[in-house]
Design a protein. Structure first.
Lengths: 284, 112
């Protein structure tokens, strides 16, 4: 009986990791709706499992991005001031949700955030890299510059991050959402760096996936004390999401066209709508 | 000191150690109690000193996983200290203090 449940958890987590990787949203944001809607896991345990699994995926992708030189360590830690402060606020809000049993609200919020996170996948993202960006005072002092070799453009790209306060604001919101919903909120982090700080998309994605672990670990203390981390569920979801996202990034991402990615993204919109309906008591 | 090498090694081995603990605890538990109810166990009702329960091993794996990010921030502080980069030593120390506050002190303040 237990074994059957664990096997279905593992399978669901592999699918979540795969979908998270193919859509670029990360495993956590897909894991929670899959566990809640298809396996009947209470939303608080799903959120707890997602938070912990997010740390594992961030650590493994972070290690890869560091080797490739795409993650900018100084930009990451400078912005982590805001993500960790946001995570403290977010996990405090999660504490209130638990204390007041506002689980339906959690369903609705999660659905809304899921639907909003897919927006970048339908926007025409700029493919060219920002050039001739002049550093402002703060970003020059904080050394927000770097270079990388762009495989698609076949040349070395020099970049310069700007508008640090704007980045901090976006990261605070990303941290808050992460702490409240147990997700990495990679989409928000990428938006803050890409649009806010004018960094190339590849640098934003790599640096963000590196920062996600720090944000998620910050919320884990409150989650642990609340008792929403279930060792049996986590034991199946950590390896599951890990396998799924690795399969996705190593083998399938190369085969993905923009159209195909959007089709997968639509699946997430449907999951988001289902969660909202569940939250307001219409479904499930 | 090659910061990228130090940090990516920590990440790699951290995840490896955590996964081994998490999975082995789960396997031993499932083998010893195949009919257990999943929802009877969570971090607020399993003691970390209860070594008779295999899920304690899983929880130590989770702790190992949670420890990776603070260790990396600490490594970054050490690296910036060796580079005498005062601004980043300060930033790193602030991030580490925020994390330690959230992980160790905040749950006590909330009386959970």
């Amino acid at each position: 009986m237990l074994l059957t449940f664990l096997a279905s958890l593992l399978f669901a987590s592999i699918i979540a990791g795969l979908l998270g990787s193919l859509t670029g949203l990360g495993g956590g944001v897909v894991l929670t709706p899959v566990l809640v809607l298809f396996l009947g896991v209470p939303v608080e345990y799903a959120v707890g499992a997602s938070l912990i699994s997010t740390i594992a995926t961030s650590a493994s992708s972070g290690s890869r991005y560091l080797k490739s030189g795409l993650a900018h360590m100084r930009i990451a830690i400078a912005l982590e001031i805001a993500t960790t402060s946001g995570a403290i606020t977010g996990s405090f809000l999660e504490y209130i949700v638990e204390k007041e049993h506002l689980f339906s609200l959690l369903d609705v919020l999660f659905g809304v955030v899921l639907i909003f996170s897919v927006i970048p996948n339908f926007m025409r993202m700029k493919t060219e890299v920002p050039t001739n960006v002049e550093p402002d005072g703060l970003s020059a002092k904080l050394k927000f510059h770097g270079k990388y070799y762009d495989e698609a453009l076949k040349k070395e790209v020099n970049y310069q991050g700007v508008r640090y306060p704007f980045g901090l604001f976006g990261m605070y919101i990303a941290g808050l959402v992460s702490g409240l919903l147990g997700i990495g909120s990679g989409a928000l982090k990428v938006l803050a760096m890409d649009l806010g700080m004018n960094l190339p998309f590849k640098i934003s994605t790599a640096t963000s996936s590196f920062m996600i672990g720090v944000t998620a670990a910050t919320s884990s203390g409150v989650y642990w004390a609340l008792g929403i981390i279930n060792p049996l569920i986590v034991g199946a979801t950590i390896p599951g999401v890990f396998i799924g996202s690795n399969l996705g990034s190593r083998f399938l991402n190369r085969l993905m066209s923009r159209r195909l990615r959007q089709i997968f993204t639509l699946v997430l919109v449907v999951l988001g709508i289902q969660l909202i309906l569940r939250g307001v008591g219409i479904f499930g | 000191m090659d910061e990228k090498k130090v940090i990516s090694t920590t990440l790699k081995y951290g995840v490896l150690i955590a996964s081994i603990l998490v999975i082995s605890g789960l396997i031993i538990f499932t083998a010893s109690d195949p009919n257990a109810n999943v929802y009877n166990f969570n971090t607020s009702n399993i003691s970390l000193t209860d070594f008779k329960n295999p899920l304690t091993i899983t929880l130590y794996g989770v702790i190992a996983l949670i420890s990776i990010p603070p260790i990396i921030v600490l490594e970054q502080i050490i690296i910036y200290a060796s580079e005498k980069d005062k601004i980043y030593i300060g930033i790193g120390a602030l991030v580490l203090s925020l994390m330690m506050f959230a992980i160790l002190i905040m749950p006590r303040l909330l009386h959970i």
